[in-house]
Write a protein that binds this ligand. Structure first.
Ligand code: GDP
Length: 297
């Protein structure tokens, strides 16, 4: 289950506080030490942990908290509110274009769930807005990726523009956009190539697609299971592309929480969606407060 270890550790820290009727500064210090370790073990970015613990400690040792009738409850609330803050306060909706089509570009490393998420997003837009999306298969390095997107398109009755794997992805995107224009599609979702790691050629190609398409959204898809690595990947992509948001996939797995708690704070980019399964309807809006509730258990 996601966040299991983190939830357990945090609850342990809180139960230490709850046992005391009166909470002293040194009790808070002990609890903070445990919270710090819990976050580090959950693979949260070191600087994020440092700032988090410092903020919570400063607020928790305030006179109005320690002298109150319910200090432990108040400290739990402080932790909750800081978790929400570190994840971005509130849900951030998709950007839309003033004139159709809204162009959404999916980027990320191979295996993160980019192609699946492209389909999930199309499915969501159809359900929520009766949208008429077109998907463009611009991942030409993994032959199966084109077939995979075509199959997803068939399942959803969404047209997929593809030119196989022998063309320049930028040209594929150019022609795909022309087709969307002609067919008056309201959304275009571009599936781009991933690599096992960030490399210059991949980034150049993605930059060229960005320049051509001027997407309203450039969504980075990262695998939540990879913790700090997901955060580093997000930093890397964010340096080269005008990312507008992040999709965290595989939150149905036993992810520790590091990615969810670090990415916003490190990159400044909001997590917009979370993937919670392999099926095409398993994409949810990311609500920081609900995620904090889930983490606290
Ligand atoms: P891409 O290489 O980034 O395009 O990745 P794919 O879309 O091909 O996904 C890689 C694998 O991850 C596939 O087996 C997907 O079914 C799986 N996957 C994607 N998103 C999720 C998710 O939210 N939860 C789970 N459990 N699996 C996912």
């Amino acid at each position: 289950m996601a966040f299991e270890g983190l939830t357990e550790r945090l609850q342990k820290a809180f139960s230490g506080l709850r046992r005391k009727g009166k909470v002293s500064e040194s009790d808070v210090r002990d609890a903070m030490r445990e919270i710090r370790l819990a976050l580090l073990e959950a693979d949260v970015n070191f600087n994020v942990v440092k700032d988090f613990v410092k903020t919570v400690r400063t607020k928790a040792v305030g006179k109005e908290v320690l002298d109150s009738l319910t200090p432990s409850q108040q400290i739990i609330k402080i932790v909750h509110d800081e978790l929400v803050k570190v994840m971005g306060e509130s849900a951030v909706p998709l950007n839309t274009a003033p004139h159709i089509p809204t162009i959404i570009m999916m980027v990320g490393l191979q295996g993160a769930g980019k192609t699946t998420t492209a389909g999930k997003l199309a499915s969501r837009l159809i359900k929520q807005e009766k949208a008429r999306p077109l998907m463009i298969a611009a991942d030409v390095y993994r032959p199966a990726a084109v077939d995979q997107l075509v199959t997803i398109g068939q399942q959803l009755s969404v047209p997929v523009f593809e030119m196989g794997t022998d063309h320049d992805p930028v040209e594929i995107v150019r022609q795909g956009l022309a087709q969307a224009e002609a067919n008056k599609n309201d959304y275009v979702i571009i599936d781009t190539a991933g690599r096992l790691e960030i490399d210059e050629q991949l980034m150049n190609e993605l930059s060229r697609i960005q320049e051509l398409a001027h997407p309203n959204e450039i969504l980075l898809v990262v695998d939540a299971m990879t913790g700090q690595v997901a955060t580093q990947v997000a930093e890397g992509f964010n340096k080269q592309l005008d990312l507008t948001g992040v999709v965290l996939t595989k939150l149905d797995g036993d992810t520790r929480g590091g990615a969810a708690l670090s990415i916003r704070a490190v990159t400044g980019k909001p997590i917009k969606f979370v993937g919670q399964g392999e099926k095409l309807d398993q994409l949810d809006i990311f609500y920081p407060d609900r995620m904090a509730d889930r983490i606290l258990g």
